[in-house]
Design a protein around this ligand. Structure first.
Ligand code: 58G
Length: 236
């Protein structure tokens, strides 16, 4: 999986994705992340990339020209010949979900477009964007954090990024349910014991306990997900 991130803050995304599991996946060559600085592509002699919105209103907009030229550079320097999907991170997109991470992990290349200021001139978006994605219903100062969220969530669904033991497969099957609570040593901490079932070694009982916990936790914390889970079961 090759990510190409179009941004005004290349150091921010490269640093954020260089540690831990995603950093290791890059070292291993399973994932690559390249940040392309939109400012490097402006035709403006003062390196300006923004201007006032027609019709008035607050703030500035990123101009079409540098965004388009950065995009063209990304496509022309990619190994694949096919046209890649281009994701614009915006509060006006579809809210990102695990199933989308699974689907996007099958692509060979993805271009992520990060906006700043009050957004980007609509004409270049119409020209290049294939998917509008939001990471949640709030507004941020830039698309970089959402882009990093996508790179992380998509990368961990790419074969070879997680070890077999931590494999991301299960999530996609369990689908609508939250994870059960987990415990590690010591057996007793501040007077609180690890639940007996988990110490019993009785695997069928452990599975049953975990499912019950997942159901209760989902019902209490995410009633919306719980309803989807129930509806999904009714259909089967
Ligand atoms: C309104 C304000 C429209 C993604 C800003 C567009 C990006 C939140 C998300 C913007 C983002 C999210 C400029 C800054 C997009 C542009 C960017 N904020 N919820 N802000 O995924």
């Amino acid at each position: 999986m090759n990510f190409h991130i179009l941004t005004l803050f290349p150091e921010m995304v490269m640093e954020g994705l260089s540690s831990s599991i995603i950093g290791r996946a890059q070292d291993a060559g399973v994932v690559s992340v390249r940040a392309i600085n939109i400012r490097d592509f402006t035709d403006n002699k003062h390196k300006k990339v923004d201007d006032y919105p027609y019709g008035g209103g607050a703030g500035m907009l990123m101009q079409a020209q540098p965004v388009y030229d950065a995009y063209a550079y990304a496509v022309n320097t990619m190994s694949t010949r096919q046209k890649p999907r281009v994701i614009y991170l915006t509060p006006q997109g579809s809210v990102f979900r695990q199933e989308m991470a699974v689907e996007l992990a099958r692509e060979q290349d993805l271009i992520l477009l990060c906006g700043h200021y009050e957004g980007i001139d609509e004409r270049v978006l119409e020209e290049i964007v294939t998917d509008y994605i939001s990471i949640g219903d709030y507004v941020l100062t830039g698309g970089e954090l959402p882009a990093m969220v996508l790179v992380d969530a998509i990368s961990r669904m790419v074969p070879g990024v997680l070890s077999n033991r931590q494999s991301g497969e299960k999530e996609s099957f369990t689908g609508y349910l939250l994870e059960y609570p987990q415990y590690t040593r010591p057996e007793k901490w501040r007077g609180k014991k690890v639940p007996d079932t988990l110490l019993s070694g009785h695997h069928a009982n452990i599975e049953k306990w975990r499912l019950e916990q997942s159901l209760r936790r989902t019902r209490e914390r995410r009633p919306d997900l719980y309803r989807s889970y129930e509806q999904d079961r009714e259909r089967k």
